[in-house]
Write a protein that binds this ligand. Sequence first.
Ligand code: DC
Length: 238
Amino acid sequence: MAAIFKWNIMKKITIAIDGYSSCGKSTMAKDLAREIGYIYIDSGAMYRAVTLYCLDNNLFTEEGIDTESLKKAMPDIRISFLLDKDTQRPITCLNGQPVEDRIRSMEVSSRVSPVAALDFVREALVKQQQEMGKAKGIVMDGRDIGTVVFPDAELKIFVTASAEIRAQRRYDELKAKGQDASYEDILNNVKERDYIDQNRAVSPLRQAEDAILLDNSQLTIEEQKRWLAEQFQRVVHG
Ligand code: DC
């Protein structure tokens, strides 16, 4: 009996959290990983880092992305994560250089979608993500984690909230940072990103058949945290 109990405590699983943009996936994934001592990987940050590489190396041309040069460069693009000792937040590094702030800029945000739609970019990043999750004990968030990266993940969550609520949250966030923002513009951007994510040819955003749907439109962060912790306990302890 004691042995089984111990095995349950030790058993590491893989947790895939997918969903729409700006629905708080990263916050919930990061918090859960910290609480249960798992590695947290923000797969969106990896697509953002490749986009930053393209910007820094002039791979965005008048005609679009210089895919030939990017394809050649892919083996030399190394993405890693450091943990900030003070904030306990992950810092994304591109070829050893911390780029966390730069990958969150509007310049990167507005160019990342076409980069994330390139099949050879996805192939390379999915491979790296699967390598990172080999030993389990990982929480990864993104768009295709439960469907493509870890189809065998023991716990899969698909997060959504209404476009209006997500836009309002983004608006409040920007206002709190003292940045000028138009609710209408943000709402249009949220809807546009939903459309691109759901309709791209390679790995479009969709809920895995065995994922649990979480609509957090009416949940506080605390309620959402509790809900997720319950799902984890249920899978690990049965
Ligand atoms: O979650 P995010 O906004 O940081 O994601 C940035 C971009 O990368 C966004 O266009 C969606 C895309 N993405 C993806 O295609 N697959 C993933 N697993 C994660 C993000």
